[in-house]
Design a protein around this ligand. Structure first.
Ligand code: ADP
Length: 505
């Protein structure tokens, strides 16, 4: 039985885990880097531990500091969230050695799925169809040329360690092999500290379809349907939905069988996701397994009526999952838009700055999972994800209408975000018809992002926010020479930054 959980993450997923801990009757301890000291996840937790400087290597990626923080605060478990250390087998092992429960699968399962060629071998042995490709890492460019020829162009050179679409190069013909091999290798080395690459057949216009699985210590493995994540930019997901507009109950059954076989083959435990590519001809191929909770898990939660993070905690504590396979049918439709601090009208350039004002959408069928609030200072140290907006409706059309409504209600002032991009996708006839594949954005991008909207309303709100801040500044800082009882709840530079923004040009 778990009692106290260290949440080894930040942003929206840290808050999501803290809430699940509360719902499950557990206490939660947050960790924070210097720039996150006033972040919402820090205030939401029962206790919080400073873990160092903002660069992830000095804080959120430092295994030693995280284990020490858990021990110092009397935690009995660590939840890694996604990203950071969530798929590092060494972290799961370090937790075990320190007598802490790792909320995730055994280190051996992380390791088996973390190396993409090893995962492909294991899946083939378990009878799961994989994308045609090499069974082992490439030795050199000549090896790449030989394998690409055998597989047939076009091919994709991919990183063994993989993640976030990094270290991936499409190769149309032999002339490009050598440069793609070198480029993928150096990108993989930089991103993952492992330059190993392999080759896969490049599938034309596939859909990205993934299956959520849960496995407990009582030998049960269940699949909770699919998510369609075909709307991607540079192989990174932007919008996800459940169920997929094209997956029939029969196909769902076949995908689920393959996914549970995949999880079973590596002795999986907890929540995991098996990713597949579905070809226009209806064939599916294993792509990879993510051995952690996914960013897009809420769409599954809304259509299956489960709380995946609570189930993770239950399973880690040795309890059986509260899921009954016979009752598993999707109800309605859910869509998630990732609201990121990126400028869609400037090639999705990451943005930093103070979030002066935030108007959050609410109402029926709308969920807002955020890691920020008005006054938050968004830096470039971490992933640009600010929040996830999720909408549910009885049908896909209704979910889209709700998402449109929610996106219109959402007001973010202070820095550019992906919000206007999402609104345009919701209005796009191709998206509305469900005619999706992973090249959707390549084709639709210029149409969707043709003209930037006028900034009028945002500027007006920025000025109003700055005036409000000014007003607050006129409140006496001390009474009768004594200091005010409470320190300001916001970062100290909030007001001046708001003023600067409002008074600029
Ligand atoms: P990462 O681990 O970096 O996320 P994945 O293997 O999960 O990489 O692939 C991410 C995305 O890249 C997929 O959703 C798909 O859009 C594209 N992709 C990957 N492999 C292929 C392939 N063999 N053919 C076509 N597209 C692919």
């Amino acid at each position: 039985m778990l009692k106290r959980v260290l949440v080894a993450n930040r942003g929206e997923i840290a808050l999501r885990i803290i809430r699940a801990c509360r719902d499950e009757g557990l206490t939660a301890v947050a960790v924070y880097s210097d720039v996150d000291r006033l972040a919402p996840h820090v205030r939401a937790a029962d206790a919080a531990v400073a873990i160092g400087a903002p660069p992830p290597a000095e804080s959120y990626l430092d295994i030693r500091k995280l284990v020490a923080a858990a021990q110092a605060t009397g935690c009995d478990a660590i939840h890694p969230g996604y990203g950071f250390l969530s798929e590092r087998a060494a972290f799961a092992e370090a937790c075990g050695e320190a007598g802490l429960t790792f909320v995730g699968p055994p280190a051996a399962a992380i390791r088996a799925m973390g190396d993409k060629t090893e995962a492909r071998r294991r899946m083939q042995a378990a009878g799961v169809p994989v994308v045609p490709g090499t069974a082992a890492p490439l030795r050199d460019a000549a090896d790449a040329r030989r394998e690409a020829k055998r597989i047939g162009y076009p091919v994709l050179v991919k990183a063994l360690a993989g993640g976030g679409g990094k270290g991936m190069r499409r190769v149309a013909g032999e002339a490009e092999v050598e440069s793609a091999f070198q480029a993928a290798r150096s990108e993989a080395q930089k991103a993952f500290g492992d330059g190993g690459v392999y080759v896969e057949k490049y599938l034309e216009r596939p859909r990205h379809i993934e299956i959520q699985v849960l496995a407990d210590r009582h030998g049960r493995v269940v699949a909770l349907g699919e998510r369609e994540c075909s709307i991607q930019r540079r192989h990174q997901k932007l919008i996800e939905e459940a169920p997929s507009p094209v997956v029939s109950p029969a196909l769902r059954r076949r995908l689920s069988e393959a996914a549970t076989a995949a999880a079973g083959a590596v002795g999986y435990l907890g929540a995991g996701t098996i990713e597949f590519l579905l070809t226009p001809g209806g064939q599916f191929h294993f792509l990879e397994m993510n051995t952690r909770i996914q960013v897009e898990h809420p769409v599954t939660e809304l259509v299956y009526g489960v709380d995946l993070v609570r189930e993770q905690l239950r399973i880690a504590g040795g309890k059986s999952m509260r899921i009954h396979p016979g009752l598993l049918h999707p109800r309605g439709h859910a869509i998630e838009c990732r609201i990121t601090a990126e400028d869609p009208f400037n090639d999705f350039l990451p943005a930093a700055g103070v979030l002066h004002y935030l108007g959050v959408p609410t109402g029926p069928g709308v969920r807002w999972d955020a890691g920020v609030e008005a006054g938050s200072d968004v830096t470039l140290f971490y992933d640009p994800l600010l929040a996830k907006l999720i909408a549910w409706g009885e049908s896909r059309d209704m979910a889209i209408e709700r998402m449109r409504r929610a996106l219109c209600e959402l007001v973010i002032v202070g820095l550019p975000t992906s919000q206007p991009f999402h609104l345009r996708v919701m209005d796009d006839p191709e998206f509305r018809k469900g005619e999706l594949d992973t090249t959707y954005l390549e084709r639709a991008g210029s149409r969707l992002l043709a003209a930037a909207p006028a900034p009028g309303i945002e500027r007006a709100i920025a000025v109003a926010a700055a005036m409000l801040a000014d007003q607050q500044r006129t409140v006496p800082k001390s009474v009768d020479g004594r200091s005010p009882a409470r320190p300001p709840a916001r970062p100290s530079d909030w007001e001046s930054a708001a003023r600067r923004e409002a008074l600029r040009d």
